[in-house]
Design a protein. Structure first.
Length: 277
């Protein structure tokens, strides 16, 4: 097989529920790199919460904050922070509609206090890896700071939670012209709906294009693995798109391949099947 650039989402793809990468998954990544392929993280997480247990696996670069930050080969290829005026406008719209927010910046994560309360009581759909991750962050004591400590220097993106979908829909008339909404899977009995807004033109797929341009590689030589709707543009962009077995149905339906689930070492077995590792 020709040398590939491989892009891996983290939550629900590389790892499950804030656990460390499994031994098999780590072995697959390292073996692929030994075989001459390049492997990148491609995540909605901002850099401060990509854990050492993940980075120690060894990667050639990172697309973080859903495409707002791209680095490889020790160089930052792209870094786009929304101005504070825009952040405050978005927060005002969400708060007016009784929604709670999580602001992700280069320094860390800052949340409304009500958001943590809602997360503690929410029942997550098994396919909603983003909600599960946020709940596990609370359990693990990951340092997520209250909004009153937010430095007001702009941010990469805003995540939101709501007790009803109607509130989410009402905010779109104010923000949808400039932002893409990614609303994550929810069960019929959900009392917590979560998602994120990402500036139009900035997404994981754009990050892949920047990495390919840097290395002089063709998009047809890329492979992307993901599980949730913030992976949609990544899957559209990649030469081969692979949805995890635990992915939401929307992503499975548009992907070239559906592999095993994250808890069944789907990456490991798909790397073998594709002869990457």
């Amino acid at each position: 097989m020709d040398k590939k650039l491989i892009f891996l989402d983290i939550d629900g793809t590389l790892v499950f529920a804030m656990q460390a990468p499994s031994a098999r998954t780590a072995q697959a990544v390292r073996s692929a790199r030994v075989n001459g392929h390049k492997v990148f993280l491609c995540t909605g997480r901002n850099m401060p919460i990509i854990g050492k247990d993940i980075l120690d696996v060894g990667f050639d670069g990172v697309i973080a904050s859903a495409g707002s930050h791209v680095e490889t080969d020790g160089k930052i290829l792209f870094d786009s922070i929304l101005p504070e005026e825009t952040i405050q406008e978005c927060l005002s719209v969400f708060h007016e509609h009784d929604m709670y927010c999580r602001i992700e910046t280069p320094e860390g994560i800052y949340t409304d206090p009500q958001m943590e309360e809602l997360l503690r009581t929410a029942e997550a759909d098994p396919a909603n890896s983003e909600l599960i991750r946020m709940q596990k962050e609370i359990e693990a004591g990951i340092p997520v700071l209250p909004y009153d400590r937010y430095p007001h220097k702009g941010a990469y993106k805003i995540c939101f939670t709501s007790r009803n979908l109607e509130s989410v829909e009402k905010t779109k008339k104010y923000l949808e012209s400039r932002f893409v909404y990614a609303v994550h899977p929810y069960a019929d009995s959900s009392t917590c709906f979560n998602g994120e807004i990402i500036p139009k033109g900035i997404h994981k797929g754009r990050g892949i294009e920047l990495v390919c341009s840097y290395y002089g590689a063709a998009l047809q030589d890329t492979v992307a693995f993901g599980d949730s709707m913030n992976d949609y543009e990544m899957m559209q962009t990649a030469g081969i798109s692979v949805a995890m077995g635990n992915a939401c149905e929307e992503l499975k339906s548009m992907s070239d391949v559906v592999c095993g689930s994250v808890w069944d070492d789907g990456i490991y077995y798909e790397f073998q099947r594709m002869k990457l590792a």
